[in-house]
Design a protein around this ligand. Structure first.
Ligand SMILES: NC(=O)c1ccc[n+]([C@@H]2O[C@H](COP(=O)([O-])OP(=O)(O)OC[C@H]3O[C@@H](n4cnc5c(N)ncnc54)[C@H](OP(=O)(O)O)[C@@H]3O)[C@@H](O)[C@H]2O)c1
Length: 313
């Protein structure tokens, strides 16, 4: 059995991978679920499902290395929104790469995103520079950290994830009533397509990569369950919820001005997604994603299962 140490195992990405491994007992892989608290309800549930549950904190390199001992591979993800520090995220990625090297892992998946500064240099004033040296901090930190895995010679597949449709449930991005009482789905994407995915499918695609094996090392693989415009998402919401939802296509500048923590980062992210929509969709090929994960959900299928969980304010 090839043991995969899965970070974020009690969360969205890692949880999907642990469940994918456990759902395929003949697949040749075992799941080691990494958590800071082995006694939490979620950790115990993973143990009940058959995962080995091991404690580690990604901010503690010694614990990282300990958690990787004897493993074949690892799924590495960082948690930007827990601290909103790109420097901390990079330090965590560096520690992951060093620990992976020291543990002699054979296949690592690093959950990453594009460094937007390769597309929009800091000198380009179409969007503000944030925190002194970033355009989209939570993208740039991850993209810049790719090189830690390359520099350490870690056998890595770089997994380019997409916007979670689950953000409509957990991240306050669902439809909201406007002053006239109509449901508005706010997405500053104009008429461009946004690659999105059911968060659970990220781990399933990662499992597909692990099953394909070492041929995937060194590749950057983008995944998505659908490429949809804001209007298409609003139409699907209208159908699923049984009440009209319209696309509120604000500009990224308006989105940045919303003022909640991270609004500027997300406003820049949507602008980056909008301005480079063709590149973004091309690298997140739906056929490639479905080949990795035959259960890949479309937005409509995800909505059918999850519509009752979307808070309508
Ligand atoms: N939302 C989106 O649309 C989207 C799209 C693409 C990429 N992303 C990226 O996804 C990342 C987050 O992944 P996720 O959504 O899977 O996270 P998540 O669901 O919030 O899960 C986080 C889990 O990680 C564990 N964790 C948190 N801090 C930890 C630490 N210091 N050491 C060890 N474990 C820790 C926690 O488990 P315990 O409490 O059990 O330790 C928690 O259950 C972010 O960096 C974000 O930028 C998000």
């Amino acid at each position: 059995m090839k043991t995969i140490a899965v970070f974020g195992a009690t969360g969205a990405q890692g949880g999907g991978l642990v469940r994918a491994i456990l759902a395929d007992p003949q697949g040749g892989f075992a799941a080691r679920a990494i958590t800071r608290d082995v006694n939490s309800e979620k950790a115990r549930e993973l143990a009940r499902l058959g995962a080995e549950v091991v404690a580690a904190d990604i901010d503690d390199e010694a614990s990282l290395l300990q958690a990787l001992r004897g493993a074949y591979g690892a799924y590495f993800v960082t948690f930007f929104w827990a601290h909103m520090s790109p420097e901390k995220e990079q330090a965590e990625a560096l520690a992951m790469a060093r620990a992976a090297k020291a543990a002699g892992l054979k296949h690592v998946i690093w959950s990453t995103l594009e460094d937007s500064r390769r597309f929009i240099p800091l000198s380009d004033d179409r969007m503000p520079t944030l925190m002194g040296k970033y355009k989209v901090p939570h993208f740039d930190a991850k993209g810049e950290a790719d090189r830690y895995f390359r520099d350490q010679g870690v056998p890595t597949t770089f997994l380019l994830t997409s916007f979670y449709w689950d953000n409509l449930i957990y991240f306050g991005m669902g439809p909201k009533r406007d002053a006239a009482g109509k449901l508005a789905f706010t997405l500053p994407m104009g008429d461009r397509k946004l690659p999105g995915i059911a968060a659970e499918d990220i781990g399933r695609c990662a499992y597909g990569i692990l099953k394909k094996g070492t041929s995937e090392i060194g590749k950057s693989i983008g995944i998505a369950g659908g490429h949809l415009t804001g209007a298409e998402m609003a139409a699907a919401l209208t159908k699923a919820l049984g009440q009209p939802v319209y696309h509120n296509a604000v500009t990224p500048a308006v989105y940045r001005s919303f003022g909640f923590p991270g609004a500027d980062d997300l406003g820049n992210m949507f602008q980056f997604n909008h301005d480079f929509a063709d590149d973004f969709c091309r690298v997140r090929d739906l056929g490639v994603s479905r080949a990795l994960n035959p259960a890949l959900q479309t937005f409509s299928a995800w909505l059918e299962k999850n519509k009752s969980r979307i808070p309508l304010e």
